[in-house]
Design a binder for this molecule. Sequence first.
Ligand SMILES: C[S@@+](CC[C@H](N)C(=O)[O-])C[C@H]1O[C@@H](n2cnc3c(N)ncnc32)[C@H](O)[C@@H]1O
Length: 255
Amino acid sequence: MDRYGSDTYGRSFADVYDEWYGDLDDLAVLIELLAELADGGPVCELGVGTGRIAIPLAATGVDVIGVDASSEMLARLVAQDPLATVTPVLGDMVDDIPTGPFSMILIAFNTLFNLTEPQRQADCVKTAAQRLRAGGCLVIDGIVPEVHEMGVAAGLVVDDVSIRELCIDKVVLSIARHHLETQMAEGQFIEFTETGGVRLRPWKARYSSPDEIDAMAHAAGLALEYRWASPERAAFSATSRRHISVYRLGSTGAP
Ligand SMILES: C[S@@+](CC[C@H](N)C(=O)[O-])C[C@H]1O[C@@H](n2cnc3c(N)ncnc32)[C@H](O)[C@@H]1O
C-alpha cells in the first residue's frame, strides 16, 4: 500500500476508534495491572491514541505522557481529558520518545506492529529501554501471529473479506491481505452509507512473534519478567493468541 505513513492509521480511525475498540478489555482489570507495574510512575505510552488506557491510568495518580504520530488521535485524547491529566506529545514512537526517565513505558494493543519494518520495531524497543529508569519496565501487548508453516513455505498470500457492520443505511466491509512470508498485513475498512458515500480506512501492520520481540528486548538490555495471555494475568501457553509481556531493565540501566 503506497503513500501509507505513520499518521495514516490515526487519521483514518480517530473518529471511530473508541466506538470500535473502546471495550476491547475489561479496562478496570487492565488499569489495575498497569498501575501496579507503573510503580508510582512516571509513565510514557507510545501510540497513545485517544487515551483509552492513558486517561484512566493517569486517574490512578501517576504522571502519564502519551506520544502519537496522529494529531487527529491526540485531538480526541485532549477532548476526553478536560483536566489535562495526560501530557500529549505529537511525534514518532521511535524518534520522539521523551527523555524520561520513566518507571514504565507501554506499547499497547499491537501498536508496535504499526512500525512496518522489523528494524524500526527494534529501534523503538532499544530507545524505550534507554528512556527507562534503572529497574523500570517496558510493557508490550500484542497478538501472537499464527504460524502457517505451509503458507510460509509456499510464499502464500491470504486474502480475507468479511462484514464488520451491516444495517439498513450502512455497510462496513473489512478486506485484508496477509503476506505470510514477510509477516505483513494490510487492509481497508470500507464504509458505504446512503448519505455519506464511501469512506476508506486503511491500515498496515508487520506482526512480530513473541520470540522476535524477546530478541529485540534482549538486545536492548531488557529481560523478560512476565508474560501473560490477558490483563487478568492468565497463564501464557503455546495456544495463546495474545501476549502481555513485561521486560525489566536491570539496576545498572540500558547498555
Ligand atoms: C492501535 S492504536 C492504539 C491506541 C492506544 N494505545 C490504545 O491501546 O487504544 C495505534 C496508535 O499508534 C499510533 N501510531 C502509529 N504509528 C505511530 C508512530 N510511528 N509513532 C507514534 N504513533 C504511532 C496511531 O496513530 C494510533 O493512535
